[in-house]
Ligand binder design. Structure first.
Ligand code: PLP
Length: 376
């Protein structure tokens, strides 16, 4: 198998067979001509298939070392399709730190539909075992998690899940397949919000499900078609283009984030820094084992509490105050009242003085100077 960057650039792309165009065409079509009744040349309808989408699915599935990959209109649309493979009465265990929208989807949408959900600290395997019951069908985790950057053992949790016949689902949005490939560590399914690092330029929404389980992949594909939360062809093209630079962007996100985590750790106004690359981080040793670097996300709490955190978020210039993450530009936000508002009052509610940074690929000196003036 060739290297990550080579595959990111060539799988699914390559010269178009008819014109030699170096980039895959954006197939803007809703339907395909049929040579006879029921004999379409490519597919019967674009909700079912689209060549630009197929190129994206081949490329990202390959990077996750998955046999199957299914693209969606957003991360939550992919999660929705995956959860619909369960049936009412099934039980899902979710980590106690996760994107607020995932928590909302599980509790408020699928809770009404009949799934039961338990949120636990996945860093303690005995706690996880105690939470499993006869109906448990999935253990769902983010590592590193959003927004506390918790890191948990994919190999350890996959053993626990498999002892009980459950699937291990890993949201790999923060790490990306460049830093971590959960399926090679025992996970059954990888979930992505491709809106983030895969797209990389804050200009597209997308989601992805990758797996090596044949029947599960067919079931997710069926839901993609039957429900229709598919990405448009231009979105697929943008995501495919994003993948080509994922490796070089992640290297820079990681080195900038590591330097910023070190800067924040030594700052008098900062109470605690959450970054898996710091030796004091609870999941550091696991991160060293299962990731090739520590990612571009850094969170921290302020000694001055929620008011100081809000002030810092409103005082940066290069860091843009905005939700989302993973783009080339640096972003800053207050999870408790922004990205994780839907987890308010739950065990997933983040500390109110927590600031989350999505560290971009700008010049490091400019980023540190911006944070220094905002913290002052
Ligand atoms: N998973 C994680 C870790 C996220 O941060 C997000 C969004 O922020 C999602 C899933 C949902 O993705 P989307 O916003 O593309 O629906």
């Amino acid at each position: 198998m060739s290297g990550f960057n080579t595959r990111a650039i060539h799988v699914g792309s390559g010269p178009d067979p008819t014109t030699g165009a170096v980039n895959p065409p954006v197939y803007l079509t809703s339907t395909y001509a049929q040579d006879g009744v029921g004999v379409p040349r490519f597919s019967d309808y674009a909700r079912g298939d689209n060549p630009t989408r197929a190129a994206l699915e081949a490329c990202l599935a390959g990077l996750e070392e998955a046999q199957y990959g299914v693209a969606f209109a957003s991360g939550l649309a992919g999660e929705d399709a995956l959860l619909r493979t369960l049936v009412p009465g099934d039980h899902v265990i979710l980590g106690d730190d996760a994107y607020g929208g995932t928590y909302r989807l599980l509790t408020r949408v699928f809770g009404n539909w009949g799934l039961t959900i338990t949120c636990v600290d996945l860093g303690d395997l005995n706690t996880v075992r105690a939470a499993i019951n006869d109906s448990t069908k999935m253990i769902w985790l983010e590592t590193p998690s959003n927004p506390l950057l918790k890191v948990v053992s994919i190999a350890g949790l996959s053993k626990v899940a498999h002892e009980h016949g459950a699937l291990l689902v890993v949201d790999n949005t923060f790490a990306t397949p460049y830093l971590q490939r959960p399926l090679t560590l025992g996970a059954d399914v990888v979930v992505h919000s491709t809106t983030k690092y895969v797209g990389g330029h804050s200009d597209v929404l997308g989601g992805f499900i990758a797996t090596n389980h044949n029947e599960l992949a067919a079931n997710v594909r069926y839901h993609q078609y039957a429900i229709g939360a598919v990405p448009g062809p231009l979105d697929c093209y943008l995501l495919l283009r994003g993948l080509k630079t994922l490796g070089v962007r992640m290297d820079r996100h990681c080195s900038n984030a590591a330097a910023i985590a070190a800067f924040l750790s030594g700052h008098a106004a900062v109470e605690k820094v959450y970054y898996p690359g710091l030796e004091a981080h609870r999941g550091h040793d696991v991160a060293v084992q299962q990731m090739s670097d520590f990612g571009g996300m850094v969170s921290f709490t302020l000694k001055g509490g929620a008011a100081s955190a809000r002030k810092v978020c409103e005082s940066t210039a290069t860091f843009i105050l905005a939700e989302s993450l993973g783009g080339v530009e640096s972003l800053i936000e207050l999870p408790a009242v922004m990205t994780h508002l839907s987890a308010a009052g739950s065990t997933l509610e983040p500390p109110d003085s927590l600031v989350r940074l999505s560290v971009g690929i700008e010049d490091l000196d400019d980023l540190i100077a911006d944070l220094a003036q905002a913290l002052a």
